[in-house]
Design a binder for this molecule. Structure first.
Ligand code: SF4
Length: 711
């Protein structure tokens, strides 16, 4: 549909991991309207309030438009030269592994791919991690332990086809609203469908719940261990499935029985009603078509990986996987957390779903990238995960950090420590769209980047669906695309041929070729999009959403994984893990007696650099707040709408009080969005210690320990 002054383009929403398709209208050089793409399989025309306000968040105001070096505006040539020269000097003085990158689930897959290739392949440092570490690293580790690959088995249709949807640690109604709407409509159409919500807070997602379990924070593994033990005691296991397709059941059951001897004991540990708990167990065990959907409430924990595996164990034990309407389904927070995982954007990954520890992977990737002829230095072990990375900077081990499209000065736990590390780092390079962020004062080199509606590339959403983002508007000022900036620096570093791309379609093609390169029995990979090799620019421009794997066996993509009971492990069997539940590491004490929970609110995204531009998105919650149970408020002497301060061991948070019966007694909720650019008083990350899951490296952002006082 096109006239001389009006064009429409299909693109993808840049906010949450649902990855909704958007039809954008451009009139007279302005993106004037957006609507849901009726043909996109994620949303079929729906958009939530954030997505429908996308066109209200654009404009040149507040954008970075000129490169800067040491605070001075410079030309691109000068900025790129300075970046390459300073990286070279530090590498010559301190070795390859003094350099690091910290990326973002906001980047497009093509940006991610060239950044990973430059740092791990050609600069010879494994220290490249991403803010997706804060969001879903535990889900990745859980899938890999159970299935042998970071592979989400389900798709969104499964949520509609399920007889029971279990929502754990996720306020879907606010954070993945279109999925919530899809479940709600499916439930209206099928009165037999049930929804169970398991969450310490009574959230808007409870509106569609047939059963709500308000668990004590941190007890999810006890609850799901209890379910496994209950299924065994009631002969509700799928013994044929366990026998044919899994291993590890006996050990998993033994561990479950030790931590959950009876329903009453589990109910007491989780602080839920025993009868309601057993109702959930009965519903789960009696239905085959069950989807358990989980996100940050499970992942952001010092035992997040174990919690994921406790859930997966129950699905495997009941054979509730690889079927329509069945499976353990991790929902990612960001629009391209999955795409980042696919190219190797986590520090433990190498590329194309191969890890450093994958035998032969280093040689395979080195052959493919032809790194040997230039730099025979592909690192031989994993790099620092996000929190470890900033510790290494603080120790002086990392001398150069390139941050792209994220703000660790606000989003990482223990923000004071992160800022001290940034202060000490000899070279901080920041690629960024916004002119005013908490990170920019620490940057030696600032590189203005293009943003949504300006750049071309792909993203992968929570159901493994690869979609195009399409550029419709020119970047403001001198802003450039991230992939171009990275390649221009790489060429100045001497890697001319390897980074000689003229369009993101060429990068995507190489990524697709690598996914299928020698994908044989030696290093088999589930992530294989070799069926998308050779699209050319026209085919890439016309690419419609498709779910990986896409290869010779599945040329039209793959809606659901593990339908044949074959997993990506060496023996083809899924593994049940013995789980010994552990509580939060951030312990409550007489000084800090209240449990802090952090999260998103409905109408804002991350640090609000975009969503705060739309007045109607600010109307929902116009200022930072803390949500408190009435009895906790009374005990602390604070009142609804009054001001109060939360104090933790390493920082404090001042905001208005919202007294709410939706909170459990002893637990406080604060939003993550407000940064120093809005107020210096309400930075939630100041309250969270930098404790991580030892398996996934994901911070325990849902389990702070604080005390409350009136202001
Ligand atoms: Fe965007 Fe997520 Fe809303 Fe869809 S549900 S429109 S992807 S924010």
């Amino acid at each position: 549909q096109q006239t001389k002054t009006m064009q429409q383009a299909k693109t993808t929403c840049p906010y949450c991991g649902v990855g909704c398709g958007v039809t954008a209208t451009v009139e007279a050089g302005t993106l004037s309207a957006v609507e849901g793409d009726r043909e996109h399989p994620a949303n079929f025309g729906r958009l939530c309030v954030k997505g429908s306000a996308l066109h209200e968040t654009l404009g040149d105001q507040g954008r970075l438009i000129k490169p800067r070096v040491d605070g001075e505006e410079v030309s691109w040539e000068q900025a790129l030269d300075a970046t390459a020269e300073r990286l070279t000097t530090l590498r010559n003085d301190h070795g390859h592994q003094c350099m690091a990158a910290y990326l973002s689930g906001q980047l497009l897959t093509e940006d991610y791919y060239v950044a990973n290739k430059l740092f791990k392949g050609f600069l010879g440092t494994p220290h490249l991690d991403t803010n997706s570490r804060l969001c879903m690293a535990s889900a990745v580790a859980g899938y890999k332990r159970a299935f042998g690959a970071d592979a989400v088995p389900c798709n969104y249709e499964d949520l509609e086809e399920a007889e029971l949807v279990v929502v754990v640690g996720s306020n879907l109604a606010w954070n993945h609203p279109v999925l919530y709407q899809r479940i709600k409509v499916a439930k209206e159409r099928n009165p037999l469908m049930r929804v169970v919500v398991i969450d310490p807070r009574v959230t808007d997602s409870c509106e569609i719940a047939d059963l709500y379990l308000g668990v004590k924070p941190g007890t999810d593994a006890v609850l799901f261990n209890g379910l496994l033990a209950w299924m065994a005691s009631k002969n509700k296991l799928d013994t044929v499935y366990l026998e044919r397709h899994t291993r590890g059941f006996d050990d998993a059951l033994s561990a479950a029985q030790q931590s959950a001897r009876s329903v009453a004991e589990v109910a007491a540990a989780c602080e839920v009603d025993a009868e309601r708990l057993e109702t959930f167990y009965y519903w789960f065990a009696s239905q085959l078509h069950v989807v358990t959907l989980y996100s940050q409430g499970i992942n952001q924990s010092s035992s997040g990986t174990d919690k994921c595996n406790a859930i997966i164990n129950c699905h495997l034990a009941g054979g509730k996987i690889g079927l329509p309407g069945a499976g353990p389904f991790s929902i990612t927070g960001q629009p391209n957390a999955m795409g980042g995982r696919e190219v190797g954007g986590l520090a433990n990954q190498l590329a194309a779903h191969m890890d450093y520890e994958t035998p032969g992977a280093r040689e395979l990737v080195s052959r493919f990238w032809a790194t040997d002829s230039l730099t025979p230095i592909l690192p031989n072990g994993p790099g620092y995960k996000a929190v470890e990375l900033f510790d290494a900077i603080e120790r002086g081990e990392i001398k150069a950090l390139w941050v792209m499209a994220t703000n660790p000065a606000i989003s990482l736990p223990d923000a004071v420590h992160v800022r001290a590390a940034l202060e000490k780092c000899p070279l901080v390079i920041v690629s960024e769209c916004a002119a005013d962020t908490d990170l920019l004062p620490y940057a030696d080199i600032v590189l203005p980047a293009s943003g949504w509606s300006e750049k071309d590339g792909t993203v992968t959403n929570s159901e493994r669906c690869i979609s195009r983002q399409r550029g419709m508007l020119p970047p403001p000022g001198e802003a450039r695309h991230d992939w171009q900036i990275i390649c221009d620096v790489a060429k100045r570093l001497g890697f001319t041929e390897a980074f000689d791309y003229t369009h993101p379609s060429e990068i995507f093609d190489e990524h697709a070729r690598l996914s299928g390169f020698e994908n044989t029995a030696t290093i088999p990979r589930l992530f294989d999009i070799s069926g998308l090799v050779g699209l050319g620019r026209d085919g890439y421009d016309a690419l419609t959403p498709i779910q990986w794997p896409v290869n010779a066996q599945a040329p039209h993509g793959t809606a659901r994984l593990f339908e044949n009971g074959q997993f990506a492990t060496s023996d083809g069997r899924a593994k049940l893990l013995p789980i010994t539940p552990r509580g939060p590491e951030q312990a409550l004490s007489p000084s800090y007696p209240l449990r802090l929970n952090t999260g998103r609110i409905r109408d804002q995204w991350h640090t609000m650099t975009r969503t705060a531009r739309a007045p109607r998105l600010m109307n929902h919650r116009a200022e930072p707040f803390m949500e408190i149970h009435p009895e906790d408020a009374h005990a602390a002497g604070v009142v609804d709408q009054g001001l109060a301060v939360l104090t933790a061991a390493k920082g404090e948070f001042r905001a208005r009080v919202r007294v709410s019966n939706a909170q459990r007694r002893g637990e406080i909720f604060v939003p993550i969005h407000w940064t120093d650019c809005f107020t210096r008083l309400a930075r939630s990350s100041a309250l969270i210690d930098s404790i991580t899951d030892p398996l996934s490296g994901q911070p325990e952002s849902k389990h702070g320990a604080v005390t409350l006082a009136p202001l």
